[in-house]
Design a protein around this ligand. Sequence first.
Ligand SMILES: [Zn+2]
Length: 387
Amino acid sequence: MMMSVDSSVDRRDESQSTGNGNGNGVVTATNRTTYLSQRLRLNRNEAHQPENYDDLELEFNPALYGKMEQYLPPNLLTATRFHKLEYMKVVLDRYLTDHDRVRIQKHKEYRQYIISSYQPLHKEIYVMHPATFFVPSFIKAITENTEESLRSIISEPSPGVYTFEMLQPHFCELLLSEVESFEKWVQEAKFKIMRPNTMNKYGAVLDDFGLETMLDNLMNDFIRPISRVFFPEVGGTSLDSHHGFVVEYGKDRDYELGFHVDDSEVTLNVCLGKQFSGGELFFRGVRCDKHVNTDTQAEEVFDYSHVPGNGVLHRGRHRHGARPTTSGHRTNLLLWCRSSIFRESRKYQKDFPSWCGECLLEKKERQRQFVEATKKELLKREGEAMA
Ligand SMILES: [Zn+2]
């Protein structure tokens, strides 16, 4: 199973998670040079009380700046809110090229057009309403928000793959019907829509037709509390942006999905229905960029059969794919959750990632060789002493 990193990482338009850098506060060339020489700290300064940025019109969610503040270089912690913000903007701005900027602007216009023309069918799903969206056990566990309460509703059938009952059947129906209605509008308006990612030819981006705020609530209030417990080492605690979409399989839709990794830290995958056979998710171990093409170890092989309404949560770097949906139609809701702080801090980390199966294997091999060499050396010395 060979695949290149570029083609196997499922990427997409970054427009919702990155901005155009022209927000409040002008960053001058001199500032930029000074700022760029200082790096974010690797570890959060938990004692630092961040500012509130809610009143500002910013590129990203204001909460992100508050969180990012705890990672600022120590000398900046006492700077004014304006200066801290300038620094953080420069850090975030480093992600963007001119090409990105143009693409982001175009995508903004694309979304504005859809939202001004498409009339939602079920307005009630555009605003988060836990009691009608989720099954009671899910709400209860999240409300209690302890590791114990979460473990009581979540199974881990294979290391790093978590499954749980999540959505009410009625909500699944409403969402499916809304997606159908949106696609009908797309056809009638002869509108050229952007598909969710580079690998699916069908499906739709939910964030593009008005569901962004609801899905942001889903990530912040429901998925982050779970990720905080199960995926802290890949930014599960600091998830701050998402890409939400549906994929469709079956006749006249996608047939299967090749082996890949997601452009996310944590992925939520929930089957919405309806009737289908096949379409199992297959997992093949978690890998870092360097090791994405390496072999699978026997204990990493795991197949999962979708159950409508049930959620699957896994690391974005957990290699996976979808087997052919052999009959009927299957639609799944996908929420790729990302952490900008995790992505930024990865750039400075020299040590191997503890979550990569191959890195762990390499580490074990180095330890084995070391023990072997030490043993030999001891035996040799013993032999010399005996002589
Ligand atoms: Zn690795």
